[in-house]
Design a protein around this ligand. Structure first.
Ligand code: BG6
Length: 489
């Protein structure tokens, strides 16, 4: 679908996200000829900077983040789309500069991308409205963190909802922009093979892992008040869980998909203090080695409180109370400074009921489907197959689908995809307000419990797969995390 002409405004336009992700993504789509010739990007921030100074900043801070080799002429054309406007978000008067910078054409799409702290969302929306900038053809994009608990998420929804209709609000979860997440939809609903088996009768458990090698880096100020539960689990992991577990939506339309995801969130079994202490592990990294490099522990990171109780790792066993999923454990896990960078979903099927071979049933690995999001994108289906030769011995074999190999088409980063969707007015890959609230509602008892818990997160060495308690959590059910179950090289 072609994109019609637009003015795209980045609030937080000189900030980290704009330089690291948003501007490089827009450049990539420009080079790919996705942007209309006269489309414009207006970067907004508090700094009193000249246009030239801002373009120099883009050159130094954004250009190195472009993934492909930069084509000079294309880069110059891209820069010519950009305008810097100094706006102090809390000062209504200063929105006049933005009013002047925007084109007055009624038919034009206007997108306000709020890459700012959420504490500014309400003021920015109010000031956009008061300046006459919140028109019917405007859209607003909200970057995380979308709240830090249910109440603050509700407040954001209410504040932004005063100015923009739900159909104009795009809440970003960049995991939904990843190719494999969309491929999961294709796998489940574009094939007849899996859906009949996609239920408690045939699936024994599901593991969802997002592991990172990086530590908190220079984001300690934010991270120490957030932690892995808020930063990764409440959003990215729960969104992946929704796509794995949702009922077939009636279509790919935004509300059909979002209704189906909402049903999952509302069916998640709520934790009580007792079930919570048994089924959730929080950890914090200590020093150790990642890729052979010595790295400091979380509490030794510059600026970190020496007694910080912020978790950098969470593992949990969640359950979904529906006919489809009752009793099937969903093990969720995320952490920083882990042994590898990896994001994957493992769906394990039930064991065969009886062996007709001269091998005990227990020697048959149950079938499993591994859906990889990172670092490479693909699927592997583990099957039992006969080993070559005389005897009838069965062994596990893998059926591999590498998306890069299979489809040579150029790839798109998550932010490229999501920005294009905003510009096209496609809401399917964005969270609806009620989804956001349902996710916080489920997570809240965990936050409350930890707030009152005097214990610190369990320490784990950097460069490992997290605390031993995480293996014990899944081990209690007679299972292992996938990497623990893999044969040694
Ligand atoms: C962000 C978190 O939402 O996702 C970061 O705030 C995290 O802490 C990042 O590092 C991970 O994203 P990706 O796409 O690199 O897996």
């Amino acid at each position: 679908m072609a994109i019609s002409d637009f003015d795209l405004v980045f609030f937080g336009g000189s900030g980290d996200l704009a330089m690291r992700k948003l501007l490089p993504a827009m450049y990539a789509r420009d080079v790919a000829n996705d942007l209309p010739a006269s489309a414009r990007i207006i970067c907004v921030g508090r700094e009193d900077m000249s246009q030239d100074d801002f373009l120099k900043m883009v050159e130094t801070n954004a250009k190195p983040n472009v993934k492909e080799a930069v084509i000079d002429a294309a880069w110059q054309k891209f820069l010519s789309r950009i305008t810097w406007v100094a706006v102090d978000a809390v000062n209504l008067q200063s929105f006049n500069g933005l009013v002047e910078a925007l084109r007055k054409d009624e038919g034009l799409t206007r997108v306000y991308y709020l890459a700012t702290p959420p504490s500014l969302f309400a003021t920015i929306c109010d000031n956009l409205a008061a300046s006459g900038l919140a028109t019917a053809n405007s859209r607003v994009v909200l970057e995380k963190p979308l709240g830090r608990d249910l109440e603050s998420a509700k407040q954001i929804n209410a504040d932004v909802g005063k100015v923009f209709a739900e159909s104009q609000i795009y809440r970003i979860d960049h995991y939904l922009g990843k190719e494999t997440v969309q491929n999961l939809l294709a796998l489940r609903f574009g094939n007849i093979l899996f859906e009949p088996l996609w239920r408690r009768e045939w699936i024994s458990d599901v593991q969802i892992t997002i592991a990172e090698k990086i530590g908190v880096g220079n984001r300690l100020g934010y991270y120490d008040t957030s932690g892995a539960l808020r930063d990764m689990l409440q959003n990215h992991l729960l969104q992946l869980l929704c796509i794995v577990a949702m009922e077939p939506p009636t279509s790919i339309s935004p509300d059909a998909v979002r209704d189906a995801k909402l049903q999952v969130l509302r069916s998640l079994k709520r934790f009580t203090p007792t079930t919570l202490s048994q089924n959730i592990i929080r950890g914090q990294y200590r020093n150790g080695y990642v890729d052979g490099q010595q790295v400091p522990g979380y509490r030794e990171e510059p600026g970190a409180p020496k007694q910080s109780k912020t978790e950098t790792f969470v593992a949990m066993k969640a359950e979904i109370d529906t006919w489809r999923w009752a009793g099937v454990p969903f093990y969720l896990r995320t952490g920083k400074r882990m042994a590898d960078r990896l994001a994957e979903i493992v769906v394990r099927f039930k064991p065969i009921p009886h062996s007709i071979f001269n091998q005990p049933t227990s020697s048959f690995q149950p079938n499993s489907l591994v859906i990889r999001l990172q670092p490479d994108e693909g699927l592997s289906l583990n099957l039992m197959a006969k080993t070559p030769g005389d005897s009838m011995r069965l062994k596990q074999a893998e059926l591999e689908l590498d998306f890069r190999e299979q489809f040579k088409a150029p790839r798109m980063e998550a932010y490229e995809r999501l920005l294009l969707d905003v510009l096209r007015g496609q809401l399917t890959l964005f969270m609806r307000g009620d989804e956001l609230e349902a996710a916080w509602d489920w997570v809240e008892p965990i936050l409350d419990y930890w707030d009152q818990d005097d214990n610190s997160p369990v320490p784990y060495s950097s460069g490992t797969w997290g605390p031993a308690a995480s293996s014990a959590l899944i081990g209690r059910d007679g299972l292992q995390w996938r990497e623990e179950a893999l044969p040694e090289d």
